[in-house]
Write a protein that binds this ligand. Sequence first.
Ligand code: FES
Length: 190
Amino acid sequence: MQIIVLLYNDKVLENVISLYICGDPRSLSMKGMVGLTSEYEKLDAFIKNLPTKKGALIAVLHHAQDIFGYLPVEVQDFVAQKLEIPAAKVYGVVTFYSFFSQQKKGQFRINVCMGTACFVKGAEGILEEFNALLGTETSVVTDDGLFSVDALRCIGACGLAPVITVNGKYYGRIKKSDVKDIIAEYKGKI
Ligand code: FES
């Protein structure tokens, strides 16, 4: 039940309240969706198959991010409508957890952990190396749409620091010199 506690911490409430105060449309329920795309149909089917909608928000958002690659406002509104919860609550959770993103990502999503254990073991240099070799900036998709590089807080594998993930696959104890090979591995999949 740790999730329930986290959902209602100060940061989430702050995000939710600020939306209501600013009159942001995300604080209102979405009125309806017309002509579902196949991505929305997949998400809809996932939600319909849930044993219960209660407490399912994080699981649904994970699934939505897997389907869409990121969580734009339209997708957040769809989730809110289907789970019958305020859109502001969905937005609060999306902005609280660093593994959720509102920005479009590359086909290969690289996450560099910048938590303390990884940082002291050179994570910053690894992040810079990815950006330098890909010719991009943190959180910006490469021009060819293939890669995006993000910096995250601790991803729970501190014993393997420094750690990165690519589309959810973990790479531990990596060195700057490994970055080139990791990029080549994914370019080889195209
Ligand atoms: S600090 Fe990087 S995995 Fe924990």
